[in-house]
Design a protein around this ligand. Structure first.
Ligand code: NDP
Length: 279
């Protein structure tokens, strides 16, 4: 079985560089999907209150027979809960749904810079949650450079990670570089652009040459760039395929060729303008 590297976050907590994503997995199928991932060897699961499937993640964890500390669990604070009191309550709800005493990583899902609640209030609530021991580390998701700078300037607490959209068509290098300068690890969401990059001729050519699939080549590119990834699949063969990344390597030229595919093309919303707050 392949050995997944561990990344050390800025507070000393370690996270497996490869995990399993759960966006768009239905609540009814989450337990089985996550259990399959745990059987294959994944030890890092990325969920969110917004996905409605935290309970299924918790069920899979208990059904797996693995000890709690063997699996790294990330969840995210939903957009409706940015006020301090709502954030504290939502954290309890996530812990109950997951059935754990503490998460390993808890993120503000979106900055929502245009709504009437300041994400700085939300970040201060996250610091309280961290200090109360409800998550072993805290971070953010979809934060742009000015948003990150503001958190650091105003609280001196540097997020452990920033989870942002990154794939060959959106290399997002300015935010990644700022993060690494500040000690913020980058997590790359939609690492294969939800399948959208897999037929790219450059990736097809490299995949044929190294005898791997284009999904594996793309995920390996993320790994060699140092980002944390958690591809999502409900298909067992793909769950296995996406986990098999540590017995081959891309040349520096191939990494550069894939990075050269960037066209600043998002599959998801723009964090500067996204303002969706569920009822
Ligand atoms: P991914 O880039 O992981 O792509 C998932 C899609 O690709 C699914 O349709 C899956 O199909 C398919 N797929 C997976 N593996 C393969 C393969 N080897 N070959 C061919 N097709 C494949 O997209 P996600 O958007 O799910 O991103 C990954 C994770 O990132 C999410 O699950 C979530 O945890 C996180 N995320 C976070 C966001 C945020 O705002 N913080 C936003 C979006 C995602 P199938 O399942 O049918 O096999």
């Amino acid at each position: 079985m392949s050995t997944v590297p561990q990344i050390t976050l800025n507070n000393g907590v370690t996270i497996p560089q490869l995990g399993y994503g759960t966006f768009q997995i239905t609540p009814e199928t989450t337990k089985d999907a996550v259990l399959t991932a745990l059987e294959v060897g994944y030890r890092h699961i990325d969920t969110a209150e917004m996905y409605g499937n935290e309970a299924g993640v918790g069920e899979a964890l208990r059904a797996s027979g693995l000890a709690r500390e063997e699996v790294f669990i990330t969840s995210k604070l939903n957009n409706s809960f940015h006020r301090r009191d709502d954030a504290l309550r939502a954290t309890q709800d996530s812990l109950s749904a997951l059935g754990v005493e503490a998460m390993d990583l808890f993120l503000i899902h979106w900055p929502l810079p245009t709504i009437d609640v300041d994400y700085l209030e939300t970040w201060k609530a996250m610091i309280e949650i961290y200090e109360a021991g409800q998550s072993r580390s805290i971070g953010v998701s979809n934060f742009q450079i000015p948003h990150l700078q503001r958190l650091i300037d105003e609280t001196s607490v540097v997020p452990a990670v920033n989870q942002i959209e990154v794939h060959p068509y959106l290399t997002n290098d300015a935010v990644r570089t700022f993060g690494s300068e500040q000690g913020i690890a980058t997590e790359a969401w939609s690492p294969i652009a939800q399948g959208g990059v897999l037929e790219d001729p450059v990736l097809v050519d490299i995949a044929e040459r190294v005898g791997r699939t284009t999904a594996q080549v793309t995920l390996r590119w993320h790994i060699q760039r140092g980002d944390i990834v958690f591809p999502k699949s409900v298909t067992r063969s793909r769950i296995e395929e996406n986990f098999s990344l540590f017995d081959f390597e891309l040349s520096d030229q191939d990494v550069a060729a894939i990075s050269g595919l960037n066209k600043d093309e998002r599959t998801g919303p723009n964090p500067d303008t996204f303002d969706y707050v569920p009822e």
